[in-house]
Design a protein around this ligand. Structure first.
Ligand code: 5GP
Length: 116
């Protein structure tokens, strides 16, 4: 059996983190190492899908729910509601947690791994 992901451990309260919001199927956190003035993570509660490709194939409605939730967060956490949604997919482009999650980036986006 594989170890629970860091996000599952946060969801289970094993690792402290402020959960910014949640629905039955998704939840949101502030990224611990922000790369933009607003850098949030939208994460499905299930750890079944390792990346967005698996999620899109396995449960497109859950992917749509993540996008809708990202929009709601951006409406709350930005002045204009605009945001960038990033799904790192694979180790060589920087994916480190293999429990699918979306980065919600906003504010003054500078050059950087996720923001450029
Ligand atoms: P990835 O690199 O897989 O696309 O994104 C994983 C993200 O999770 C990274 O941006 C990293 O900073 C964030 N992260 C890793 N561990 C924690 C944690 O314990 N708490 C929070 N809030 N974010 C984390």
């Amino acid at each position: 059996m594989t170890e629970p992901s860091i996000f599952t451990r946060i969801l289970n309260g094993e690792i402290p983190a402020e959960i910014l919001g949640e629905t039955d199927r998704v939840f949101a956190l502030r990224d611990i190492a922000p790369q933009a003035p607003v850098h949030l993570l939208v994460i499905p509660k299930t750890a079944e899908y390792r990346d967005v490709v698996e999620l899109a194939a396995g449960d497109p409605s859950l992917l749509a729910e993540m996008v809708a939730f990202a929009q709601e967060l951006a409406a709350t956490h930005t002045d204009d509601g605009d945001f960038r949604l990033v799904f790192n997919t694979g180790e060589t482009v920087g994916q480190t947690v293999f429990h699918v999650h979306a980065h919600v980036l906003a504010g003054d986006l500078q050059e950087g791994t996720l923001a450029s």
